[in-house]
Each structure stands twice: as C-alpha cells, then as structure tokens.
Design a protein around this ligand. Sequence first.
Ligand code: NAG
Ligand code: NAG
Ligand code: NAG
Ligand code: NAG
Ligand code: NAG
Length: 951
Amino acid sequence: MKKTKHVGFALRDLMIFLLLCNCVLLTEGFSVKKCYIYKDRADCSKQKLTNIPTDIPLSVKSIDLSQNRFTSIQVLNFTNFPNLTTLDLKRNFILNIGKRTFSQLPSLSVLILNTNKIVHLEDYVFDGLPKLTQLLLGFNRIQTVAPNTFRSLSSLKILELSKNQLQTIELFHAALQHMPQLKNLQIRNNRIKTFISKDLTNTSINITYLDLSENPLEKFVVTDAVFPKLSRLNLGRPTAKLHLTWAVQSQTVLENVTILELSEVRLASGDEWKRLFSSFNSLIFLKLNSMKYKLTSLMNMSCSMPTVSKLQLQSNKLTFISSSFFQKCHNVTDIDLEDNKITHIENGSFNILKLLEVLSIKRNRLQTVPFATRNLYSLRKLDLSFNLIRTLECQDFAKLTNLVQLNLQWNSLTALNKCSFNTLSKLEVLKLQGNSMTKLGGAFTKNLPSLKVLLLNNNKLTAIGKHEFRGLFSLLNLSLFENQIETLHESCFHGLKNLTFLQLQKNNLRKEALSNNCLRKLVKLTRLDLSNNHFKYWSSKNLTVPPFMNLSNLETLLFGVQRSKGKGVFPANFLQGLTKLSTFICNNIQLLSFPNDSFTYTPHLTNLDISANDLLDISPKLFSPIPKLEHLRINSINLHSLEFLINSNLTKLNELEARKNAFSVVSKDVIRSLPSLSVLDLKYNKFTCDCDNSWFVQWIKNNSQTEVVDAYNFTCSYPPESMNQKLLHLNTQSCILDVGFFCFISTAFTNILILVVTFTYHFSRFHLIYAYYIFLAWLFDSKNRQKRVEDQYDAFVSYNTHDEAWVYRELVPHLEKEQGWRLCLHHRDFLPGKPIVENIADAIYGSRKTICVISQRYLQSEWCSKEMQLASFRLFDERKDVLILVFLENIPSAHLSPYYRMKKILKKRTYLSWPRRSEQHLLFWEKLRQALGSTNTAEEDRLLLTVTQLT
Ligand SMILES: *[C@@H]1O[C@H](CO)[C@@H](O)[C@H](O)[C@H]1NC(C)=O
Ligand SMILES: *[C@@H]1O[C@H](CO)[C@@H](O)[C@H](O)[C@H]1NC(C)=O
Ligand SMILES: *[C@@H]1O[C@H](CO)[C@@H](O)[C@H](O)[C@H]1NC(C)=O
Ligand SMILES: *[C@@H]1O[C@H](CO)[C@@H](O)[C@H](O)[C@H]1NC(C)=O
Ligand SMILES: *[C@@H]1O[C@H](CO)[C@@H](O)[C@H](O)[C@H]1NC(C)=O
C-alpha cells in the first residue's frame, strides 16, 4: 500500500515539475523589511531604524515606530497613508519636527511622541490633522512652544505635556481658542510656578481634567469662571517644599470640581486650608495622600463639606486609628487607608460611618481582622489584603451581610473554618490567594448563593476533598493555580454547576488525578487550565475514562508545559467529549507523537499549539478532522519538512508559526496548500540557499496576501559557501535560466520516461521503488568513497519516530552511559539545513557501524529504507560488517517479502531481537556490546552473537 503511494508521489512531483517548467507562475507573498504587518497594523518597533521605512503598505491603520533611532522627522517621511489612525513614535531621539510633518495623514487620530528629545515646538508642526483627538508629547524636554503650534487641532481632546520643562502656561493662551474639544490637559511634572487663569485664557474653556501635579507650584489664582466644566483637578505632589498661595475668587469658579487631589500640598495654616476647602462646593472625592499637615484636622475640615463622600488617605504613616479620627465623617461612603502602618484600630472608630460602603485597609500591619469593622452593616467591599492576618474568627464578618467583595489575599492565613463566611449571602467575590492555607475547612460546603469568583491560588493546598465546593452553585470562576494539589476527590467539584473558568495550572497533578472522572459535573465549563503539571501518558491506546467526557461546553483547554520527566504519547481519545473545543494548547509536554485520530472529537478546533515537542514528523491525516483550523503553532518540534501540509487540507489556516525546526526548504506546493494564510512565521530556521528555495524567495518578495515575518533576516546554513548569507539575497535568476534550459532539453525525454515508468510500475511496483533507492545509494556511495573521514561515531542509529521512546529510554542510556559508545542520532546530531539524504550519508560514512532498529513501522518508512540501502552498500563495498539489525518486534518472514533486500541481508548478517523477558535484557546488551566492538567478524562469531533466530 505504502509503496504504491511513493511511486504515486514521484509521478506527481514529476508532473508538477514539468508544469513549473512550462509556465513559471508567480503569485502573491510579501515581507516588509524591518516591520511586521498584522492585518492593518505595522509594527516596526525596536529595529534600530534611523529612517522611516518606505515599504510599509499604504493601507495600514496603525504604525508603531517606537524605540528606534529617529532624530528628525519631516513631511516627506509620512506621505499618503489615507487610512492611518494611530502613529506611535515614542522612545526615539527626535529633536526636530518639521512644519506640517503629518499633514498627509488626514485620518490620524492618535499621535504619540512621548519620550523623545523635543525642546521646541515650531509653528504649524501639527497642521493638517483635523481628526487628531490625542496628542501625546510627554517625557520630552519641551521648553518653548510657538504660538501657532496647536492651531489646527480642532478635534483634539487629550493634550499630554507631562514631564517637560515648561515654565509657564501662557503658551496655551492662543491655542486653547482653537481646541474647542479639549477635555484633558496634562501638564504634570514641568517647571510651572504660578498658575493664573488669565494667562491661560480669558474666555471659558471646556476642559474637564487639569493635571498640574508635580510642579513647583507656588501660586494658584483663578479669577473668573474659566473652567465651567472642570470636574477633576490634580495639584498633588508639588516639587517645591513651599507653601501654596491659594487665591480662588469665589465659591463658584470651581463649583463643578468633584475630584480633587491635594497629596503632599503644604499650606501656611489651618485657616488657609479652610479657605481652600471653601472654594469647592461639589467636591465628592478628595485625595489626601502623604500629607504634611495634621491629618486629624484635615479630616475634620474635609468631612465637614457635606458633599464629600470618598476619601483617599494613602501613605500617611498612620499606625493607629483613634475613635475620634472619623468623627465628622457621617456622610462618607468610601475610605481608602492603603499603605499606612496601621497595627491597631480602636473599637468604635468606624461607628459613625453608617453609610460606609467601601473600606480598604490594604498594605498595613494588621494581625487580626479589627473589631471595629464588625458593625459596618452597610459595607459592600472590604479590602484587608497584604496584611499579616493569621486566623479568622467566626464573628469577623458574621454581620457584614451586605458584603459583595471581600479581599483577604496575601495574608498569612493557614486554614479556614465552616463559619468563616457562612452568613455572607450577597458575597460575589472572595479573594484568598497568596496565603498559606493547607485546608479549606469546609468553608465552601455551606451555601454561598451569590459567590461568583473565588481565588485560592498561591496557597499550599495538596488535595481537594469530597464536596469541598458544594455550596457554590453560582460560582463562575475558580482559581486554584500554584498550589501543590496532587489529588482531586472524585466528587470535589460537585455543586459547581455554573462554573465556567477553572484554573488548575502549576500544581502537582498527574494523570491518575483525572482518572476518577472528577471533572464530569462541570458541564458549563468553557476554559480549563491544566498546564504546568505532571501529566504524562505512556500509551496511545484509548483511555478507559477520558478525562473531559462531559465538558461539552469547553472552548479552551490549556495543557502545555508538563513537567514530569521522560517522553510521552497522546492517548487517542484524550479529547473525547470536547465537541466545542476551539483552542487547544499542548506545547512542551515531551510528546513523541500524535495518533492520527487525536482530533476526531474536536471538529471546531481553530487554534492549536503543539510546539516544543519531539514530533519530528506530522502526518497529514492528523488534521483531517479539524478543517476549521485557523492558527497553528508548530515551533521547535524538529520537523524535517513542511510537506505534510500539502495533504492536510487546511484551507482556513490564517496564521502558521513554525519557528526553530529542522526543515530547510519551503516548496510551492506547501504554500499553495494554504490559500488563507496571512501570517507565516518561520523565524530561527536554517535554510538551504540554492534553487530548491528559489520559488519561495520569489514568493516572499512578491506576494501581497501573506506577511512572512522577519524574512529579511532568514539566513542560509547550506551549502557551506553560502553559510550565514541572507536567504533573500539568493540569486533566483540563475535558477530560472538553468531550469528553463534543462526543461527544454528534457521535456521530451521525461515524457517518454513517464510512459516507461508507468508501464513498469504497473507490472513491478515493489522492485521499482527499490531500484530508485539503490540508484540513490549508489550515487552517494561513490561520492563518499573518495572523501573518507575518520569515524566520528561508533554507530549511527537508524530508527522510526514511533520507536523513539525505546531508543531514548533503553538504547541510548545503555550504549552511551554504560558502555561508553558514541552514537549518532538523527534528531540530535544531524546538521540542520542540510538535505536529509546527505545527512544520512554523512552519518553512515562517519560511523563505524549502523544499528537499524527494526519494527513494522520502520519497514514501512521510506526514510529508513534509504538508510538501509546506504548502509548495505557500504557493507558490500568494503566487506566490513557494519550493519547491526535489532528487531524490536517479532516480524514473521512472510511480512518481510516486500523487503526482499532485507531478507537477503538477513540470510547473511548478524541480528539481535529485543527479548520480551526482562531477565534476558542483560544478555542482549552484552551481545550488542560485542557486535559494536567487533571489527571484522568471522563467520563463526557471527553465529555466537545471535540471540534468537528468526524463522
Ligand atoms: C525623512 O526624509 C528626509 C528626506 O527624504 C530624509 O533625509 C530623512 O532621513 C528622513 N528621516 C527619517 C527619520 O526617515
Ligand atoms: C482606505 O479606506 C477606504 C475605505 O475603507 C478604502 O476604500 C481605501 O482603499 C483605503 N485606502 C488604502 C490606501 O488602502
Ligand atoms: C465648548 O464646547 C461646545 C460644545 O462642544 C462648543 O460649542 C464651544 O465652542 C466650546 N467652547 C470653547 C471655548 O471651546
Ligand atoms: C457648572 O456646570 C453647570 C452645568 O453644566 C453650569 O450650569 C454651571 O454654570 C457650571 N459652573 C460654573 C462655575 O461654570
Ligand atoms: C450629610 O448629608 C446630608 C444630605 O445629603 C446633609 O444634610 C448633611 O449636612 C451631611 N452631613 C455632614 C456632616 O456633612
């Protein structure tokens, strides 16, 4: 069967070749130097560019040119991107921007120039940008701005000038008239000492947010109602340690300000503070972080403003909250005490806060849940994370029945209790990650009817017990990652009938943990993360209990990076039940192969990552059940060829990532078989730079549908004289000429040949294919006989991928580690980039012996036959006993009949069979050692070496 197919291929190749000769068809493919194009986005960041690339497709909507080395830009550099909306030029060295530089970008809406070296902005720099809404100029060195700089920005909403060297706001005086839409003016961290509203404008403007923080502000003067819409004002963290002079004329000019930040602001006296607070009458949210003035008096003043309901009091070095601290804060609903040093809160401190809904005491030094919080009946959110709490009392939260969110993460809790949360019937989010819990203590067996999110990751749980989450029937999201979970009780997830996300990554789970079908009740699950555990399967036979049998809603299964040692395989029905699965990630799980029917249960798979396994080869049949595949990642799997794609029928494949493999040629057929491909990523491969790749090179340069990521950096690793040259520098012209000439001469000849071959093939198909290989072998043999080299290896091992487990588990350790031979293994020692047949030839001629590991699969594999032919040629030629046959399975003589050459060798040669009984293994290794050690074995020795005879 297999052999007929080979000849079929050979014929087809020939036909295609002839077609190619007659008409050189070239279609679409492209690679932009120094940029990655993803759909309508061009990413040209971090390329050390000094000039704007000229080959960016004009249709893009965004260009990222950040982190390059531009120093000056002008209008010629950006021409004709009619649909460009975002241009990112941050982190360059731009000092000069010419007039109207961006005027050819009529659709531009976001322009990012942060972190450059701009000192001065000229007139008309931003002319021609009628649609610009965001202009970001932060982190430059801007000192001066010409009067007409911002003249035409009629749509601008956000102007960011933070972290520059502006000394005055007068420069905005004219500009603001032209920016009617401006909402957000950020001039944080400049050198502005005085803010006088008259300098800014004399008519009212529509700004809603003004950020003046981190300036050496001495004077704040607002005379008229110039900011009718201002709702957010930030004056915090002044950089001069001076008293601020506050001169706001009346209570009405800032009347619409609702959010005010005054962190670190200094005023001369308590009266000054009073005056300041009296300028506001709509204030809701007051930020008083890192204050230098007495916090208790500030508290009394600010809480006396009837509108204030939210207080942020971070980083104030509070160690203790006294019962009088909040005495005037009747109407406060929201208090944030994050990042103080609170160890104690006096009982009753919060009694006055009858309306309190949100309380954060995050990042303090509490060792227990304070008594003071027990009576906050209206509390909806309590944050006690990042403290030193060790235990929870039953009464801690018992009366907080309105609680919706409780944060206890990153404390020192070691266990929970049945009564810990049992009264919290409105609780929706409970965060307990980052503690040291070893037990859940039945805390979730009682009803928590509203709980939707439960985070238990980064604890020390080792097992999830019976009915552990029984009370959580509304739970949607359960996170258990980074624990040490080894066992999952058969009914541990019972009750979680609405769970959609389950995170179990980074635990110690092995395949036994799922063999009790513990996931079966999670019928609503859509995303399951089991990556970074110790799952490993040794047999590809069907599992008696497929672990995901009932998860018919699962869309994403993450199974990558399994950490247990040794190579594994994939049970054929592992994915049974996952009828909706669309994403399956199983990179780096030390997989040796996939059974062809692995994906028959997942017809909707669109996204597959099987990278970083030792697959070597993929069968086209693997993909036939998943024709909807759109994204495929096959990085680092030792692939020697991409030809499997030709018959995989992946017509929807949009992105293919095949980085770091061992193939060196990309053929036209491969590309043609992927009609929807828009991104092809073949980075870190080693290419053959000869005519084999000439079609590919032409296609990269000319096609307009598929972006070949980083193609300009593809390097040659073969032939030796082209080493390290760039693939795209390959001179394809000469290939086309040669081929054309050859075609001309040979068309007639090949046509006749086809007739002869077809005819012969019809009558003796088996012998024909062998004749072909023998011819090949003879070719290499005569080539190599001239250049004899010292034996590099003791033995070259020829085997089939399916027997790799045996080779790595048995053969390599015994022969290399115990007996000390140097072995050559194709997948470890072959030079990437070299044609495979040359690699084989070099391996055989560079080794004293060749060990063939023979199994049914080996006999069927075309590759191994080539190896065999070459080895036996060397054998006959040099009269040396180089071939050692190791039979892994008992192969009846009748099955060898198609391999008549093998039969012939067997009549005369040494062969060893891998004994089934382990007590005979010692003898086997000893015989193999002798066989490897012998130089010219005499006839009688040969017989002694035989462990078992084949019939
Ligand atoms: C912009 O264009 C000018 C004129 O073509 C050129 O000299 C300059 O190097 C270009 N600058 C960048 C950053 O590409
Ligand atoms: C810009 O967008 C319009 C409308 O979507 C489209 O017709 C036009 O071809 C685009 N221009 C370029 C250069 O891609
Ligand atoms: C404020 O916004 C309104 C509506 O967008 C606009 O008509 C008016 O001109 C703006 N005022 C200023 C001073 O820009
Ligand atoms: C505050 O906003 C209201 C409604 O937008 C407006 O009527 C009022 O004039 C504003 N106050 C000031 C001081 O401009
Ligand atoms: C609390 O708010 C009410 C109305 O919202 C107001 O009448 C009362 O004066 C406020 N109390 C304090 C202490 O600000």
